[in-house]
Design a protein around this ligand. Structure first.
Ligand code: 8YV
Length: 351
């Protein structure tokens, strides 16, 4: 089922869950017996558990959810390298408890994702995709001076919820558009960073009430599930736009579709959905929502950089290569010391 890239049976086995970039993933073959899926595959939890059973490590994407059930029979599993900065597909507590290192791919995607957040914001506020559909449908003959009127970005107030690296990148871009930037975050940023971003800290309610455009860039956790619900949407100006490039579960999509359908919100731009790859029919039916298929980090250079970082992480987390024992971007660094000991022991025992 899994064609082997390398057949060196004595070496630790790793699983690559999806086709990524062969030339980059090929670096794993210098250290490991690599099993890869070969084609884009929707893996069931059982298939993931089966694939992990004999593995020391895995290179996976956001489409693979890995928790206690998937690792239960994976006695030799020591590292999971996620290709993505967000890692809500991983049960980090379960991995940590099992002494398995988890890694992600921050930084390399920051600017590309901020670019896309801005692109989606502009497309949403200025109704770009709706206008293209209108033109292709041959409606230009019906043009009037008030056709497809949108909202300005320049001079408006931008609200950013989640002011990590990507949120800060969006704020820096907003300066070029003379926008006033309010942000809400778990903690307030140092003054110097606020100044560099030209952003002012505000409460969640204030951001939602004052912003002409709100962009969501916060990490998903159960605590922020449906953070943007009917009550939050009701605080927004009816002329406002909402953009989500974080995770679908942060927004109550039914409440959003209702607000968009009933003129309580002007428009939304969504790159992420609660039931990906499914998109709710209520959203698909609306004209005033721009829908993209989770592509915020999808520039060629950045996707390659993400895979490269994930490969570096996996090699190092499994005790190989120049950074053996020190993967560049672990998400549960606490297990690293213990995992290093486990790796050395396993190596000594010839596992
Ligand atoms: C995805 C992302 O990784 O990094 C993240 O957290 O959401 C994206 O960069 C990418 O779209 C592949 O699913």
């Amino acid at each position: 089922m899994f064609p082997a890239v390398s057949m060196a049976e004595s070496r630790p086995r790793v699983w690559v869950s999806q086709p990524l970039f062969d030339d980059i993933v090929g670096r794993l073959a210098a250290h490991f017996d690599v099993r890869s899926t070969g084609e884009v595959t929707e893996h069931s939890p059982q298939a993931i558990a089966d694939a992990l059973r004999e593995c020391a490590g895995a290179l996976i994407t956001l489409n693979e959810r890995i928790g206690a059930r998937e690792i239960a029979a994976a006695a030799s599993l020591r590292a999971i390298a996620n290709v993505g900065v967000g890692y809500n597909n991983l049960d980090v507590a379960a991995l940590t408890q099992a002494g398995i290192v988890a890694t992600n791919t921050p930084d390399v995607l920051t600017e590309t994702t901020a670019d896309f957040g801005f692109a989606l914001l502009m497309a949403t506020a200025r109704r770009v995709t709706e206008a293209e559909r209108w033109l292709r449908e041959g409606q230009w003959q019906q043009w009037s001076f008030s056709t497809l009127l949108g909202a300005d970005l320049h001079g408006s107030t931008l609200g950013i919820v989640g002011m990590g690296r990507i949120g800060q990148g969006i704020a820096r871009r907003a300066r070029g558009f003379d926008m006033r930037v309010l942000y809400h975050n778990r903690s307030r940023l140092p003054d110097a960073v606020e100044q560099e971003c030209g952003a002012r800290y505000a409460g969640f309610d204030e951001v939602f009430a004052q912003a002409d455009h709100v962009v969501l860039v916060l990490p998903y956790s159960p605590q922020v599930h449906h953070l943007v619900d009917a009550a939050a949407l009701a605080k927004m100006k009816p002329t406002a736009t909402l953009v989500n490039i974080a995770r679908g579960g942060i927004v109550d999509e039914i409440a959003l579709a209702d607000a968009l359908a009933n003129g309580r919100l002007a428009a939304a731009g969504l790159d992420v959905y609660e039931g990906e790859p499914a998109v709710r029919p209520e959203l698909l039916a609306l004209r005033n929502v721009v829908l993209t298929p989770h592509i915020a980090s999808a520039s060629l250079a950045t996707r390659r950089a993400m895979v490269s970082l994930a490969v570096d992480n996996l090699i190092a987390a499994l005790g190989e290569g120049p950074d053996a024992g020190n993967p560049p971007t672990p998400v549960n660094p606490d297990v690293l010391a213990a995992a290093t000991i486990k790796t050395i022991t396993a190596k000594r025992q010839g596992a």
